[in-house]
Each structure stands twice: as C-alpha cells, then as structure tokens.
Design a binder for this molecule. Structure first.
Ligand code: HEM
Length: 270
C-alpha cells in the first residue's frame, strides 16, 4: 500500500477557499504519481469517448496549443486535441476561454470527474460551474479575476478533498456512491473508504490567452491514510470541525457512519 501523495487536511481545516499557490513550470504535470490510472483512462477514451470528451466549435487553435503544452510536459508525441493529450497524463483537462466576457469551458477531457460531467461542463461559465458551491457571494468572480490575471510562465496549483466509499475514478455522479454507503457493512470501512484528493492547476496559454485547467485525482484507502504519522487525528479533527454547509455540499452525512467506523477500527489498531 503506497503512502498517499497528499494529505490536505493535515495543515488546514476543510473550507471553501481559492488557495492557489505558484507552481514551477517544471513541476506542472510531472512526475505523474497517478500514471497507474492511464490504461483505465485510455479505455474510457476508446470506448466512451463522447461521454468523456467534447469541444465547442471555434476553439480548435487554443485546444491545439493546450494539447501541445501537455504533450511537451509529458514528453509525448505531438497531439492536436485534448482527447489525445489526455492519454499522456492522468490529469483531466479543461480548456477555459473568455467568451462573451465570461470564462467558459470550451473543451474538456474528463475521465476522473469528481461528480460532474463533460455534458454539464461544456459551455458553462465559472459562475454556472460554481453555482452549487455555497462559498459565499462573489466566489466565481474571484476565480474569474485569477483567470484574467494569471501569467503564462507561472501556473498555479490548489487542492480539494473529499471521501468516497470506493476507489472509482470515473464518477460523473455521487448518487450511486451515497446509495452504496448507506447500505454497505462497516466492518471493512478502513479499506472501503477512500480519501479523494484533487490536485488542480491553471496555466495560461501564451498564444491563445486561454487557460488550461488540469485536475489530477488521487484515491487512497483510509487504511493507508491513517497509517501516516498524525493523519488519523488531523483527519478526525477536519471531519468533525468542517462547517455544516460544507459537509452537506460534499454529501458527507451519507458517509458519516463509514467514516466513524473507520476511525474506530484504526483506533483499535486493526
Ligand atoms: C482554479 C480556480 C478554481 C477554484 C479556486 C475553484 C474552486 C472550487 C471550489 C472551492 C469548489 C467546491 C468543491 C470543494 O471545495 O471541494 C469547486 C467546485 C467545482 N468546480 Fe471549481 N474552482 C476553480 C476552477 C474550476 C474550473 C476551471 C472548473 C471547470 C470545469 C471548475 C469546476 C468545478 C465544478 C464542476 C465543481 C463542482 C460543483 C458542483 O458541486 O456541482 N472549477 N471549485
């Protein structure tokens, strides 16, 4: 069992924050610590392409520029669209362009979506995409300002996290996961429950001026998470102290029973 690559709850409480930090260009998409997911991703792109990739008309040049940047970072062959570039890295790729004054998703390859889909995202502005997030007035405007100001040579990085009762990456909806969580037994909660961390980056495309949004998902069982020094206690604190609005938004009440069982089991030293 590997050590989870990120434990975002260790140093800060669960909260809706922008939390973007500068990232060295050389660390943008490599190393790819989720490369083991690439065969599954290729399978989705082969067999369910229309579900996991789409592009609006009018964005081909920006998409080609984005695909070329990804291919270069991954030392892969040249490619012209996000569906091809998406085979080279575990990250999901979303092209954001300024259309009618709003940053809008104009192309997307989503093989590990955290409960949304290409069909929902394509053509949506930052305001629409973040409509369900109870992060307060003006949240999407603040994100949009970052998109307008970001520099081409300085990508930014942030992390989100949640939990889920499987190791599935391709999860366009959380409904089946919540359903499963209410009925499954708790005795294997330490292996069933997973920490789902999203490492997101944004990078300006120098020529088109568009922005490429990348999302890399890491999934690790609680057993691996709690075996890291201090992680069980930090997780328990973050879980317990998370604001109600965030808990409901993330669907955490559905997972309460399994999370508590996992915490109890790990306390018993299982
Ligand atoms: C880098 C700038 C961005 C920031 C700071 C940001 C921030 C957030 C935050 C705080 C959430 C709530 C979920 C959580 O905390 O786990 C969220 C949800 C979400 N974001 Fe973003 N986001 C950014 C860019 C984008 C972009 C470019 C897209 C385009 C696809 C996007 C799509 C979504 C979606 C689909 C959700 C889930 C909304 C729902 O529950 O239906 N975000 N974002």
């Amino acid at each position: 069992m590997r050590a989870p690559p990120h434990l975002p709850f260790m140093d800060r409480p669960a909260a809706f924050t922008i939390g973007l930090k500068p990232l060295a260009l050389s660390a943008w998409l490599v190393p790819d610590w989720e490369a083991a997911a690439l065969p599954e991703k290729a399978g989705l792109l082969d067999r369910r392409r229309d579900e996991v990739y789409a592009a609006l008309p009018g964005g081909a040049e920006a998409e080609e520029e984005a695909a070329a940047l990804v291919a270069k970072a991954a030392c892969g062959p040249p490619c012209a669209c996000l569906a091809e570039a998406a085979r080279l890295v575990s990250d999901d790729l979303v092209l954001m362009e300024l259309r009618d004054g709003a940053w809008t998703a104009t192309a997307a390859a989503l093989c590990s979506p955290t409960y949304f889909s290409v069909a929902e995202a394509l053509g949506s502005s930052l305001a629409v995409l973040h409509g369900p997030v109870p992060a307060g007035e003006g949240f999407a405007d603040r994100i949009a300002r970052v998109f307008s100001m970001i520099r081409a040579d300085e990508p930014l990085e942030r992390f989100n996290w949640t939990v889920q009762p499987t190791d599935e990456r391709f999860t366009p909806s959380s409904a089946p996961l919540k359903l499963m969580a209410v009925s499954c037994p708790v005795d294997d909660a330490l292996d069933r429950m997973h920490l789902r961390v999203e490492r997101q980056t944004i990078r300006r495309l120098p020529k088109a001026g568009a922005v490429l949004f990348t999302i890399r998902v890491s999934l690790d069982p609680f057993r691996a998470v709690f075996s890291q020094t201090g992680a069980r206690e930090a997780f328990a604190r973050a879980w317990t102290e998370a604001p109600q609005a965030l808990r409901f938004y993330k669907g955490w009440p559905s997972y309460e029973r399994l999370v508590r069982a996992a915490l109890d089991l790990s306390e018993d030293g299982c």
